[in-house]
Design a binder for this molecule. Structure first.
Ligand code: NAP
Length: 256
């Protein structure tokens, strides 16, 4: 159970947020939404140039940081330096899209070494430091965590583990009375990002249809703006008491 009053949108004004994976796709939209809500956003990705482009767009309340979000020193260093009120863990590796037998252990485990390592290091340090009461930590998992994803090796299992880590942290926060909110978000597959477009192309090919036919048959596609808006709703406390949400083009649906 979350420990906050329902609407804390005003808390975001002048607050600090860290968003990993902020240079493109969902993370860029989340950083933009948090910035529009009045937060100073620290955006993390490995390549500096796209982050600097985003700073040109959002202004001085966006600070680019080029770093590996899966490294423990990135997590502890940035949490100590910025002590964010909002932390969004959105960075993720684009999985190799191929059937199980064409994976190596290296390709199969890629999302464990990036997405799961990131969730573990940041969330563990958020609990141990700890972040201030009233802080909110939002981990981006995937709809694949529930449905599976047979063409992306260890991706679905890694994303299920991200959700577990977030829910374990929520329990520890509650037990210790830390007042830190931990929530995971499970977006549906969408062609709106580089990672999603690659996956959609692979599943369309597997079904023997073109990408447009595959996308149309899957219903309305989730946009990056909808992801930004939904994460903002959670960060602002405008949602219910759930520890995890599936996110589709129709919005957020609480899971547990
Ligand atoms: N798109 C979908 O359909 C979909 C569906 C469900 C869940 N998701 C999840 O949503 C999240 C965002 O995905 P997306 O579709 O927006 O992907 P994307 O367009 O490929 O963007 C990925 C972002 O993560 C950054 N990144 C990757 N590895 C990193 C690392 N080790 N350290 C720091 N930054 C790193 C990338 O920048 P650099 O490359 O410069 O580091 C980029 O900013 C991922 O966790 C993904 O699994 C996506």
């Amino acid at each position: 159970m979350k420990t906050f009053p329902q609407s804390r949108a005003d808390d975001l004004i002048g607050s600090t947020a860290i968003v990993t994976g902020a240079s493109r796709g969902f993370g860029r939209a989340i950083a933009t939404a948090l910035s529009a809500a009045g937060a100073h956003v620290i955006g993390v990705a490995r390549s500096l140039a796209p982050l600097e482009e985003l700073r040109d767009e959002l202004g001085d309340t966006f600070t680019p940081v080029a770093a590996d979000a899966a490294a423990p020193s990135t997590a502890s260093g940035l949490l100590d330096e910025y002590q964010p009120r909002t932390l969004v863990l959105c960075a993720g590796a684009a999985p190799q899209m191929s059937p199980l037998q064409d994976h190596t252990w290296e390709s199969f485990s890629q999302n464990w070494n990036v997405d799961v390592a990131q969730a573990f290091h940041w969330i563990r340090y958020a609990l141990r430091r700890p972040l201030a009461p009233g802080s909110s930590v939002i981990a981006v998992s995937s709809g694949a965590a529930v449905k599976g994803s047979p063409l992306s090796g260890g991706y679905a299992g890694a994303k299920a583990t991200v959700r577990f880590i977030s829910s374990y942290a929520a329990m520890e926060s509650q037990r210790a009375g830390l007042g830190i909110d931990f929530v995971s978000v499970l977006p549906q597959l969408t062609p709106a990002t580089d990672l999603g477009a690659k996956a959609v192309a692979a599943y369309a090919e597997r079904q023997g249809v073109d990408v447009d036919t595959f996308v149309t048959s899957s219903g309305p596609a989730l946009s990056t703006e909808q992801v930004g808006k939904s994460v903002l709703e959670i960060a602002g406390g405008a949602r219910g008491e759930h520890l995890a949400y599936v996110l589709t083009a129709s919005g957020l649906v609480g899971l547990a």
